[in-house]
Every structure is written in C-alpha cells, then in structure tokens.
Design a protein. Structure first.
Length: 325
C-alpha cells in the first residue's frame, strides 16, 4: 500500500480522497487544508490526521500527494512535492500563467506527475480513442468536441477561475490534442457573453467556438457554453476517411418510454461529478500505477500544452484573428 496525503479538502479534494481511501493499493495518510473546519471534516470521515504541508513533504513514508487545492497553489505545491521526491497527482490547470508554468520545467518535466485531465479516463472516450487508433474508421480528418455546462457558475467563481478557456475549455484542449494525435499549430476562437451579463462585466465570455488546426491540416472544432438548458452536455465526434466515431451523452438511466406520443428517454446527467465519477476512479487507479512505477499517461508537458492553447484562444477572441503557435 502506498501512503498518500490529499492537499485540499474542498469538493474535488473530497472526491479524490474517497477514491484514494477506497483503493486497494493506496492508503490515505492525511489531509492538508488551511481551512480547519474542512480539513477536520474530511480527516474525520476517513479516520486520518490533519497535517501541515511541511510535515507531509518531510515524511519519507508518504509516497505521493494529491494536489486539489486552489489553482494558484498547483504549480508551487507540485514543485515542492517533486523536490521532496513525491509522486504527484495535480488538479488542472497546472497554473493560470503560461510563463510561470513553463518556468517549472526543470523540476517537473521528469517528475512522476499525473496532471488530472480526468476526461482521458472516461470509459466512453477511452473506447472511442482505442477504436480510432485501431483505424476502424480509417484515417482521422477532424474532431468535434461539444462541452456545455448545465448552468453558469456564480460570477464570484468566474472572477478567480482564469476564465472560460483556462477553467472550462482546458479539458477540451487536452482532449483535442489526445484525439488528434498531432499538436495544433493554429488557433482561432470566437466568444460572446450570451448567458450571464455579469460574466461579461468581468471580462470573460460564456459562449465560445474554437477551431484548432494541425500542421497536416487536421481540424478540431470545440463548442463551449456555460449553459445548455438540458443537462451536462458532453459529446465527441471523430470524422475519418471511412466513417465516424461518436461518444454521446450519458443518461441517468437506460429506461425509455415508447407510446403514441413517441419515444422518450431519461434525462442527461446534470453534474460533472456524476458524469465523470468512473473517470475519477480510473484516474486514481492510474495514480496507483504511477506509485507502482508506471509512466504517467498525462503529465506536466500536457498541462503546459493545454494552457498554451487556452492562452491562444483567449488572444484570438481579443484580436479577432487566428493565432499561430
């Protein structure tokens, strides 16, 4: 069993702590959070101690850390953990500043670091990727990624989130790189504020369309909105020379009602923690693999690359022109 500590006892930290504690290869060894009430509650739930970050990093028996704290701490905590010889599970984004993220290459390029782009671990998306790589529909030509939230977050969240591209679409930029199999060399994005005027007042957009182009000409269109009106909308279509692969939304159940009025299915899952529950479990299982000695399937370099695409998309919206990478 590998002992790990979770840093951050908020919503996503509680999810990761649970998955770590229920793993048959990981032992949750402690909780770190400056908010005493949150730390105490999570520590009590799993009967582990509340620790300081310094104590965790100095404890040779703790093999890894789960960094689920606020975004502005991700990079610094990752660097400190790497220098302490810990395996690192770090939530996205790696940072909100691209140059700061790049400056950590000396510490993090070769670190045992899992950057938590959980959608790579979704079983539906993994199945699509496997079939794509097998060539079941020929040679990939373009990808369509749709990612719409059920409803917008409060403006107070948007103000510190880094904006739609770094907070929300960064998952889609990672998925695009993963599926395309080539690095985008050009980004064009258009954005508007159509959902909540308060988001616009903060200088952000809540609706965007982004086009990525690789050197070979492969295209990816990413569709984002802070509001769907019909649930958590997560779809991928991969178009290739001999057909298409599609991963559709996940419903709350597979039950359908057929009547004279037509066929009716259940609702879409309405929250990311429900939609990606299995992805979070598989992600933690991969962290256990890393603790066992495996190479991370998604790490520091992927976090930097996705952040670069987010920066380019934001710059394209501002200038109205494509951005070359």
């Amino acid at each position: 069993m590998h002992k790990v500590a979770v840093i951050g006892a908020g919503r996503i930290g509680r999810i990761h702590a649970r998955n770590a504690a229920l793993s048959d290869r990981i032992a949750l060894a402690g909780v770190v959070d400056p908010v005493a009430e949150a730390a105490d509650a999570l520590a009590a739930e799993w009967s582990v101690p509340v620790c300081s970050l310094d104590d965790v990093l100095a404890d040779a028996s703790i093999a890894g850390v789960i960094i689920a704290s606020s975004t502005d701490t991700h990079l610094d905590y990752s660097v400190r953990a790497a220098r302490a010889g810990k395996a690192i599970f770090c939530e996205k984004p790696i940072d909100q500043d691209l140059e700061r993220a790049r400056s950590a290459a000396g510490d993090l390029s070769d670190a045992r670091m899992l950057l938590a782009f959980n959608r790579r671990f979704d079983p539906n998306f993994q199945a699509l990727k496997t079939r794509l790589d097998r060539g079941e529909v020929g040679v990939l030509e373009s990808v369509q990624i749709t990612s719409n939230d059920p409803s917008p977050p409060p403006p107070s969240y948007v103000a510190v989130s880094g904006g739609l591209f770094k907070d929300m679409a960064i998952h889609d930029f990672d998925m695009a790189r993963w599926l395309l199999g080539e690095e985008p060399v050009e980004v064009y994005a258009a954005g508007s504020c159509l959902v909540d005027a308060e988001i616009g007042k903060l200088g952000d957009v809540d609706t965007a369309r982004t086009v990525l182009k690789t050197a070979s000409g492969r295209l990816c269109v990413i569709s984002n909105s802070r509001r769907s009106g019909f649930g958590y909308d997560q779809r991928i279509e991969a178009y290739a020379s001999a057909g298409m692969l599609r991963a559709d939304n996940v419903l709350e159940s597979t039950v359908q009602v057929w009547s004279e009025a037509g066929a009716a299915a259940d609702r879409f899952q309405n929250f990311f923690l429900d939609r990606y529950a299995e992805a979070y479990r598989r992600e933690m299982a991969h962290f256990a693999d890393i603790l066992d000695g495996a190479k991370p399937s998604v790490g520091y370099a992927d976090g930097v690359a996705a952040l670069a695409l987010a920066d380019a998309a934001a710059a394209s919206v501002k200038s109205g022109a494509p951005v070359r990478l």
